[in-house]
Design a protein. Sequence first.
Length: 470
Amino acid sequence: MLALRIVEQAFRLIRLGVLARILMPSDFGLLGIALVTMAALQTFSQTGFHAALIQKKGRATEYLDAAWTISALRGFILFAILLLAAPFAAGFFNTPEATSLIRVIAVTSLLQGLTNIGVIYFQKELEFKKQFIYMASGMLADLAVAVSAALILRSVWALVFGVLAGAVVRLILSYIIHPYRPRPRFDLSQVRELFGFGKWILAIAILSFLMMQGDNIFVGKVLGVTMLGFYGMAYQIASMPATQITQVISVVTFSAYSKVQDMLPSLREGYLRTLQLAAFISFPLAGGIFIVAPEFTKLLLGDKWMPMVSAMQVLALWGLMSSIQGTMGPLFMAVGRPDIPTKIAVLRLLVLGALIYPLSMEWGIAGTAWAVAISAFSTVPIGYHILMKRVLSSSRLHFARDALLIPFIGTGLMVLLLSFFSGEDAPLWQFALEVIGGAAFYFTVTYLLDRLLKCGLRDNLRSVILVGLR
């Protein structure tokens, strides 16, 4: 899973680096409108069946056909709705040229709905090597088609064709790489049972959409499509390292926690090691993005993207908090308490809704980024307190010291060091030295601090590496 995320981010950086110099920010904004429209419908029709099947004890094979049938029907319905609603969605953003983009992108809903339901066993049975092949193949197709089409067409359609290519490859590969063959079958009792757990996943998905995409909708509607292009690019880059690493951990730990959901000591040990690993990786990545954002943007994307730098720096802080919050959700769901992250998400959404308009009107996309960041900062301590008290029955300070203290200190010292050397007009070789030197400094500081404080970070990392090499 870690390799998958590294490959994904490498492909995404290559894709952004090439396409950002060929296409305009408004092109990315148009694609953002199409994707947000599709994501809205997909989110509000989420069944949560995949998560329910993973959380359910045992193989749960008898539920697969019913889950696949609902998924296929949902895909067809979403496809039809997007075809009809495309002009209205484009009109909402005052961009009629987005109509045709939305209609073509709608095909991906159809393809996703027909995907082989058997691929959920890659997560349920911790077969992540197959998950890597399945997902990475779609990413490679997206990259190859998008870049090739951009060089020929030099228009937003290159991005659309890349998205479609990835969806087609994943659909075909799902039936090649897993032997299960779903058949249309509707069992009302099974659907009701799965939805008993899935309804909370639906609620979380809707709230997450409003939090994750609400800012994009707001920027596209109020600040315009070009600002949406800037903001979307800043969001992709700033959230790329911290949240993607956490997604790796979340996917793996949800499956693992579900297998030991009745064993409190194992849950405590597993969460401590997970939180420690997430903090060790996400803290320096977020701090590094914050300090080198001007250099990174100018060198990789070019001068025309510089207006997004301040938003990217703020969103790096948001990514840091989201990475910590992302370690909690899988544990809540694995022990059968998806209602807790749902309630926390409601509070986070209320904070975001109260702040996004005044801050955006005052500081543009940087203000939008601040609204998103503050909403995350306001809810992480609450979620952490509930997790420690109601689920793990453990000391909050003990977990914070062993998991967060060393990465926090190491990242702070690294940021101070890089601030003396970074500069917007630095050449590429200097930027590379800063990144390598900052990473080396961080690893040295955390190693020395762990020897001094004996928090178990080295043992945790050593065990993860050894298991990964087997």
